[in-house]
Design a protein around this ligand. Structure first.
Ligand SMILES: [Zn+2]
Ligand SMILES: [Zn+2]
Length: 139
């Protein structure tokens, strides 16, 4: 039910959410509830639920890689002095919204305890760094 998905609506620009980047594959916007100095989300325009739906194939690898590049260029432009950047995805069942989204952080986390939400919990799920995901789905 794509019509019920908030992120699909954002990608179609049918909400008031300001978009920081748009192209035919992805859009980017600020997290509604920012957890860091800068906290952006990059999402695919077409509905993909979670990282579990990404396969080891060129199409998916290119998409994820493009999401990461868009996130990086936005943060490097908007927070050039940040000491640390982090990029990653929730892994089910820890995803908050069921539309694939890359979290892009220019640290520090604000407030500091927020980092627990984005810790990698290994095989239990949690959070996967974008580079790790790319390695996993590289064809
Ligand atoms: Zn969606
Ligand atoms: Zn999330």
């Amino acid at each position: 039910m794509a019509g019920a998905c908030l992120f699909c609506e954002i990608a179609r620009s049918s909400t008031s959410t300001p978009l920081l980047h748009t192209d035919d594959k992805v859009v980017a916007f600020q997290d509604i509830n920012p957890s860091a100095f800068r906290h952006y989300l990059v999402i695919p325009v077409s509905h993909i639920s979670t990282v579990k739906d990404l396969r080891r194939r060129m199409e998916d690898y290119d998409l994820a890689n493009h999401m990461l590049n868009v996130g990086k260029s936005l943060l490097y432009k908007d927070a050039p002095n940040s000491k640390q950047y982090r990029f990653g995805f929730h892994k089910p069942p820890f995803n908050s919204v069921n539309h694939l989204h890359l979290h892009c952080f220019a640290l520090p986390f604000i407030p500091r305890w927020k980092h627990v939400k984005y810790m990698s919990l290994g095989p239990l799920g949690g959070f996967i760094e974008a580079e790790k995901l790319l390695e996993k789905i590289k064809p």
